[in-house]
Design a protein around this ligand. Structure first.
Ligand code: SF4
Length: 330
């Protein structure tokens, strides 16, 4: 990649600024699929459709779907008796949720990302094989709640930090397996698993890791551009785990200041005085239109040069649920 520009000048009355645009950034295949599920459900079955939890962690996406007729709830007992589809968010749900929906004979469309569903399958497999299960992740995140909720209460132990990894006391150190949330910091998770592995050499770890391709690729791209950037902007919502990790990764990789913002209107321009370069990326649930809005805001104030830095090509796509592939449009 190119190093920072050396000239010190202005073009017209605007200072020069290089924007290093990370690629890949923004929507992943799981988010894309989840949004398509809501949009297609609206198209095929008409409004309203109910969505349990924010379909993906992005306010713009949620507001846009609300305007089209989606109703967002946190729990399915908030949903009245209805024939309308009930959509589970990309983060996945505890087993009790589809069970409750089935008791009420609700029509469910499951937008759980297939990569999260894969972790659920692994959790069930380890449990069936009599293993005690550790889950590396953040307490309260809906994906963690969903994964822990695949098994009976107490069957999964949450490991949030190296300290947890150092102090965890298993029933049997020879019958242990570990899984992880899909949107964690690759580096932090590697360290946590290394501590566990050192303490419990027979620990079964995920063969290829559970952190998904999108999280990994977005972190790699940020690591590449961070050392060249005076500031890093991560477009994403404060509830988005993978976006928050990108802020941390940028700072650790050498960017003096990284900020998470949802919209261009939130940019604190004082923090961008006297800088020559910024890095720009977006979490896996942030639409490209928000990245463009931010580029436009910088273009209005700086003579910008955009350099896209691509560290991986992505061509992942997930199938839609069968009901939507087969249902005729209204
Ligand atoms: Fe799936 Fe990864 Fe996207 Fe989450 S971030 S929805 S696990 S592809």
């Amino acid at each position: 990649m190119t190093s920072m520009p050396k000239s010190n000048g202005c073009i017209g009355d605007r200072p020069e600024l290089t924007i290093y645009l990370a690629a890949p950034r923004g929507f992943c295949a799981g988010v894309d699929r989840a949004i398509q599920i809501v949009e297609l459900a609206l198209e095929r079955y008409g409004a309203p459709v109910y969505v349990r939890h924010a379909i993906v962690h992005n306010r713009t996406v949620v507001e846009d779907l609300k305007a089209k007729g989606a109703i967002f709830v946190e729990e399915i007992d908030e949903i009245p008796e209805t024939d309308a589809p009930i959509i589970f968010s990309a983060h996945g749900v505890p087993k009790a949720v589809p069970e409750a929906a089935s008791r009420r004979r609700l029509f469910v469309l499951d937008a759980t990302c297939p990569l999260v569903a894969k972790v659920h399958v692994e959790a069930a497999r380890h449990f069936a094989n009599g293993r005690e299960l550790l889950l590396v992740g953040h307490a309260g995140h809906p994906e963690v709640v969903g994964t822990m909720g695949q098994l009976p209460k107490g069957a999964v132990h949450l490991i949030e930090s190296i300290e947890d990894a150092r102090t965890f006391a298993p029933c049997d150190p020879n019958r242990l397996a570990v899984l992880t949330q899909t949107t964690l910091s690759v580096d932090d998770t590697r360290e946590i698993i290394a501590v566990l592995k050192e303490r419990f050499p027979k620990l079964i770890t995920p063969r290829k890791g559970d952190i998904c391709y999108a999280t990994t690729n977005r972190q790699d791209a940020v690591k590449r551009i961070a050392p060249c950037c005076d500031r890093m902007i991560v477009v994403g919502s404060p509830t988005s785990s993978n976006s928050l990790r990108l802020v941390e990764v940028a700072q650790r990789a050498g960017c003096p200041q990284a900020v998470l913002i949802e919209r261009a209107a939130e940019i604190e321009w004082n923090a961008f005085k006297d800088i020559r370069s910024i890095g720009l990326t977006a979490g896996a649930s942030a639409p490209q239109v928000l990245v463009e809005e931010i580029i436009d805001a910088f273009r209005a104030r700086f003579a910008t040069r955009i350099e896209t830095v691509t560290t991986a090509e992505e061509d992942v796509a997930f199938k839609l649920p069968r009901e939507l592939r087969e249902a005729p449009a209204l």
